[in-house]
Design a protein around this ligand. Structure first.
Ligand code: ADP
Ligand code: MG
Length: 244
């Protein structure tokens, strides 16, 4: 069964249409990337999946469960969707230790104290930072903070991971490391991931498939090699750095 099914997703802000009835399906365990220049509608798409934005039209289902359907008037809150999300700014709570940052989403879900400690340990283990649990965010490097944000998104075993430009605040060298590390984690966990980036190299290196976006439209959805070798339009070719 396909994990994420998006059908004719439409979004308007006032008179401006920012998503033009896009349909796509993301397979179970797939690393699916939304790639395109700033303002093309990547974050809006992700936020509609997360439940942080209400679509103007269309529907989204995950694992056979309808998250939103504008015709049937279904809308689940972000908490009801149980998805993991990491934003560009890591948004860790600065006044809380790493342990407390990871405990927060578990407390909201009424997980017992003993289970909290176990799940936090496991999540930090996955990102290799179990030894830093008593530190505060400002005592960690940017790369480490980003891994903590990822651990916090994984701590309650979400069905899907949503990542919005998680590497763009890192400098070039750290970004390279983080990319390799993210790929390894993806291979280990096999969790369905929707990844947003404007960086072509990042998309080509990480993704099982890429949706190339422009002006709220999806120009092509295909594996990286196919996008690179046989771009569907001149715009796709230009964007992935192929000059035809
Ligand atoms: P991307 O993530 O690809 O940079 P976004 O999804 O953030 O693009 O934005 C797509 C378009 O929607 C942009 O033109 C942006 O200005 C507009 N937009 C995003 N959020 C809002 C909002 N809350 N109100 C009005 N316009 C918005
Ligand atoms: Mg964005």
């Amino acid at each position: 069964m396909p994990e994420v099914v998006v059908d004719r997703l439409l979004k308007r802000f006032g008179d401006t249409t920012v998503l033009q009835e896009n349909s796509f399906t993301i397979r179970d365990g797939e690393f699916f990337t939304l790639l395109g220049p700033s303002g093309c509608g990547k974050s809006t798409t992700l936020n509609c999946i997360a439940g942080l934005e209400r679509p103007t039209g269309g529907s989204i289902a995950v694992g056979g469960r309808t998250f939103v359907d504008t015709e049937a008037k279904v809308f689940l809150t972000p908490e009801e969707r149980n998805l993991g999300m990491v934003f560009q700014s890591y948004a860790l709570w600065p006044h809380m230790t790493i342990h407390a940052n990871l405990a927060m989403p578990l407390k909201i879900r009424k997980v017992s104290k003993a289970d909290q400690t176990r799940l936090i340990g496991e999540a930090l283990e996955k990102v290799g930072l179990a030894h830093l649990k008593d530190r505060y965010p400002h005592q960690l490097s940017g790369g480490q903070q980003q891994r903590v944000a990822l651990a916090r998104a994984l701590v309650y075993s979400p069905s899907v991971l949503l990542l919005d430009e998680p590497l763009s605040n890192l400098d070039a060298k750290l970004r390279e490391q983080a990319r390799a590390w993210l790929k390894r984690l993806q291979l280990d966990l096999g969790i369905t991931t929707v990844y947003v980036t404007h960086d072509q190299d990042e998309a080509l290196a990480l993704s099982d498939r890429i949706a190339v976006m422009s002006g709220g439209d999806m120009l092509q959805i295909a594996p990286p090699q196919e996008i690179y070798r046989t771009p569907a339009t001149a715009e796709v070719a230009a964007f992935v750095g192929r000059c035809n």
